[in-house]
Design a protein around this ligand. Sequence first.
Ligand code: VAH
Length: 314
Amino acid sequence: TLLIIGAAGQLGTELTAELRSIHGNANVIASDINKPGNAQLNEGPFEMLDATDADRLAAIIDQYKVTQVYLLAAILSAKGEQNPRFAWQLNMQSLLNVLEIAREKKLNKVYWPSSIAVFGPTSPVDHTPQDCVMDPNTVYGISKQAGERWCEYYFEKYGVDVRSLRYPGLIGYKALPGGGTTDYAVDIFHKAIKGEHFESFLSENSYLPMMYMPDAIKATIDLMEAPSENVKVRSSYNLSAISFTPQQIFEEIKKHKPDFTISYNPDYRQKIADTWPNSIDDSRARADWNWKHQYDLAAMVQDILEQLPVYHNL
Ligand code: VAH
């Protein structure tokens, strides 16, 4: 069985659904510190779990005979800057608990997401390579950089088959994100559908690497199903799809919603966005396990504007 920690989150909601469609509802245990917002998570086993509680984690793994753990619980970049010590504690303690239990109980596989937030102000900014200077200056980025080192350590030293992806900003319409710097690109759709004005908390030219959720889900499944010997990067793989600015996604939406309007009011999240790359070189993922993205900006906008109203009964 598989255990998803943080199953009620933006990524967890969609990854749990996909893994249940592959492995069967009963074989994927969803867990989160919050009760599930949507009924969907109750289509299979659900357990309340604080990701920093190692004893409860071990008990759940024993109870359900868990062989794979997906650790998706984390405090994201923007929220992390409001509460640095808590963000560090949650992001690191949860990972160290999972890696240690994976070693002790010889779990088959572990998945842990990293992020383009591992790059910092002096990292190369265009087509940022897999290996380069990384000087993240958000607690979230620091925790992801440290976490990547721990993943590689547990793989090299103990043979734990832990795998990881450096996600760009993830854009989905099913579950709301929590506390990210790229979340403007989710909120903009909800405003467009309701015919409301959109105020962007990033400036119009903030060009950031982004990815439509279906691509992120596909990349995660492809990586986890790849033969272990093909997974040559054991820190975390660069992953790329599209890059766009708030103005570019606004213009694309406007093609479908001619009356849509936007204004720009950068806040503290602008400083975070300014330390991140414009684009990512993911040639290693494309070479090692045949990664390729499906959705460009136009296709993503078209799909979300069609699906969001139906999914949320708007
Ligand atoms: C965040 N959505 O904004 C996350 C992600 C690259 C961005 O890590 O913090």
